[in-house]
Design a protein around this ligand. Structure first.
Ligand code: EPZ
Length: 421
């Protein structure tokens, strides 16, 4: 199993280009199932998750290939079955449910199950599809949704106990594109990735308004054509590299960034006194304050502070003098990175879904275990500033969501390399 050895102390400088968004690519690739015509998707990051989604499309009957960040897909005929061994490896594959139901009038998808960041229910997805007139049956770990008479537009509130649902909003929006009449989704997720999906669906010929706000309106159409689309930049990768530039940088520049997708993170970093300069053309420069201030952050659905940046912010606060507090409201148990950071000398107390972090001068290297995608990134960030060489195990987690992260960090001057062991 691969490990990453990261030697702390190198100073990072120079420029790195941010890849396309994983969390935009996955639902957009699923949406290609809605059309019989050819689709071309550009700026797709080369990750295990995106390659896996391409395999899912092929297994479902589409012709699909990915080369140099461009995916060409044509789903002339598709199956309505996405079996367990497909879905269990990647929760996000549940977003084939909506397009399959819309296209085939039925869909059999295995329940995705949970993961280390918490239970990953899909009750809100199913409630939305039922509101469109689908029959939903959950049996033996599988979901069967069917609408032999077609779907009918409805007014649906997608809010759950933890706020909006990103993939739930995506699934209902995709299911509604052929529904008779108009569908209104209230309490919709407003993430940029939902808006990017709607932009692609409208390019296919759908009629969707309001994506990127909590109220989305979908007017049903008869069919969709093909389309070409370029995926938005990955705001979480950008945020991760911004924090790398603050922990270990001497002036790091990021290219291909949508800073308007990162206002909450930028405000938090500036609140600690760090410098974040926004330049034209999607370039951001970051540099650390010489006297950073402790801060408080609460994760919320977009445009609030993103839960996908919570672990990385924890890593930054471990060596920010004073007492910082991070409260996680989206995935309350999303703290698998904390025990590993404590192995490196971090002073963190967890109470319910709140991490109280007392800054220490410097972390010290230790063998640590990656547990999920963003926790792995947090461990890399912590290792960049630690004393000694940190060994990060279970590297496959980070390869799910960061394209060439070690090459990109090395290009900035970091000392890290993979070993088998
Ligand atoms: C998306 O997951 C992202 N994944 C996640 O990023 C991200 O953390 C999450 O949104 C929140 O922003 C992709 O886009 C592929 P949710 P999703 O449905 O859509 C609860 C990463 O690191 N909920 O918005 O699955 C749920 O338990 C990944 O890139 C229900 O209760 O998340 C959670 O507490 C990790 N019932 C909250 O809502 C439902 O039916 C938000 O989940 C659905 C969700």
């Amino acid at each position: 199993m691969e490990k990453l050895l990261v030697s702390g102390g190198s100073r990072l400088s120079g420029s790195v280009r941010i890849s396309g968004s994983k969390n935009s690519s996955l639902p957009i690739l699923a949406a290609t199932l809605l059309s019989e015509e050819p689709c071309i998707i550009h700026n797709v990051p080369d990750l295990s998750d995106t390659n896996y989604m391409v395999q899912i499309l092929i297994t479902l009957g589409a012709e699909a290939e990915m080369e140099n960040g461009t995916v060409k897909v044509q789903a002339r005929e598709i199956s309505s079955q996405a079996p367990y061994d497909l879905v269990r490896k990647m929760r996000a594959s549940v977003c084939v449910l909506g397009p399959m139901l819309a296209r085939k009038g039925e869909a059999f998808v295995s329940l995705p199950g949970g993961c280390v960041i918490g239970d990953r229910p899909i009750d809100l997805h199913l409630r939305g599809l039922e509101a469109l007139g689908a029959d939903v049956e959950v049996k033996g770990g599988d979901i069967r949704v069917s609408a032999p008479e077609g779907l009918k537009g409805a007014k649906i509130n997608m809010r759950g106990q933890y706020g909006s649902t990103v993939l739930g909003t995506d699934n209902v929006m995709m299911a509604a594109v052929f529904a008779e009449g108009t569908t209104i989704i209230e309490s919709a997720a407003a993430e940029p990735e939902v808006e990017d999906l709607a932009t692609f669906l409208n390019a296919l010929g759908a009629r969707i308004e309001g994506a990127g706000t909590p109220k989305i309106v979908i007017h049903g159409v008869e069919s969709l054509s093909g389309a070409e689309h370029a995926v938005i930049p990955d705001r979480i990768e950008a945020g991760t590299f911004m924090i790398a530039g603050i922990i270990a940088g001497d002036g790091v520049e990021l290219e291909n960034v949508r800073s308007d997708h990162l206002t909450s993170l930028i405000d938090s970093l500036r609140g600690s006194g760090h410098t974040v300069n926004l330049q034209d053309g999607g370039t951001i420069n970051v540099s650390a304050s010489t006297d950073p201030k402790a801060n408080e952050v609460t994760t919320e659905p977009y445009p609030g502070f993103p839960t996908d940046m919570q672990a990385q912010m924890c890593a930054l606060y471990t060596t920010t003098s004073g007492i910082s507090v991070i409260t996680e409201t989206v995935f309350p148990n999303r703290f698998m990175h904390v025990p590993e950071l404590k192995r490196m000398g971090a002073n963190i107390n967890l109470k319910d879904s709140m991490a109280v972090i007392r800054g220490v001068d410097q972390l010290s290297a230790a063998p640590v275990m990656a547990s999920d995608l963003r926790a792995s990134a947090a461990l890399v960030l912590a290792a960049l500033g630690a004393d000694g060489t940190t060994e990060i195990n279970r590297l496959y987690h980070i390869d799910r969501g960061y394209e060439n992260i070690d090459q990109k960090l090395r290009s900035l001057g970091a000392e890290l390399h993979r070993v088998n062991g």
